[in-house]
Design a protein around this ligand. Sequence first.
Ligand code: TRP
Length: 396
Amino acid sequence: MEGPPHTIDTNNINNSHDNYKDIVVTPWEVFGDLEDKMYTKLIEKFGTQAITHDLIEKFKKLIGEIHPLIKSQYFFSHRDLDWLLTKYENGDPFYLYTGRGPSGFVHLGHILPWLFTKYLQDKFGSKLLFQLTDDEKFLYNPGATRETISEYTSENILDIIAVGFNPNLTRIIIDTKHINYLYPLATEIAKKITFSTAKAVFGFTNTTNIGMIGFPPIQAAPCFLPSLIEKKPTPVLIPAAIDQDPYWRITRDIAAKLGFYKPAQIHSKFLPSLARISKMSSSRPETAIFTTDEPEIVEKKVLSSFTGGQATVSLQKKLGGNADICPVYGYLKYFFDNEKESLERYIRCKSGNLLCGECKSDLANNTKTFIIDFKHKREKAKDKVKDFMFDEKFSS
Ligand code: TRP
């Protein structure tokens, strides 16, 4: 069995290093300026790889094109993606694995990596496991009740299905419901990870509840489940925002000991909130656009967004705007503009020939159209939930 190169990924973190003190990125907290430099530092801090020109060419060779989210470097980092693509090239298909912590409604920041995951599924014909960590969110959020988390779980499933994943190739795993499929693997994983490693990787302290301390193997288990389903070591690719990387580090370090391949990853950046304070977050609902928002609310949120514009029209015309820090520009770039449109917008903004009102109105109109369509798909999803639930029949 030819696995990815041997590295110890948990050796690579040094949270106290001075160079990194302005960034905090854990699965539960993200602080930082979200500028390009921060992401370069994260690659160093986490010991991941940048997506190189060669790797992009390899993608192109296999599927004939490069996805805009790779071109724009929204997906900017990886682990062993080159290895995984070589395996695929040599006839070894891979599974996709991603997930969602159901702590609230789904917003556009969540949808973006899911759209990309669907694209990978379509292009590579991959099976996909989609995990909902209802246990994690219940344990982590002091105010959460089982009832509220269970309600968000049901709501979030509609969003996942609405993204358009292939029902024949996709299964959703709800931790508390499908625990029987995860638990045997989780205990194998848990046995190989010491508290001292978990503390260093996740920052657990003496006041962390023991549910949280025991949780990481549950998120690790779907990395190996495909090998059990297929009855042979099976490559897995995880498309996710880079804040989930700590889970994959511990998983990768014990994979070979259990006879599995290390899961490969492709890491995305974070979609900034409309206020541009850290990433878009469910805990500041006024600065995030939810798939459940009514179109008028979407419009209101977009029109009151922070922008990279100057304080007055005449200053804007004179000095130009700062598209690099502008969430409105960012959303248009990642969701709606094509490469050429985005570049033109950038140049017009920088040179003072574009005012924020125009971008806001473009974004409001595009987002409203998107949300109206997505709501229809969410409605239709209600009849499909059963087809997407994990069961033991999900094998080739
Ligand atoms: N912990 C993730 C969250 O809070 C949910 C999750 C579970 C996940 N498995 C995953 C995310 C795999 C990405 C990939 O959102």
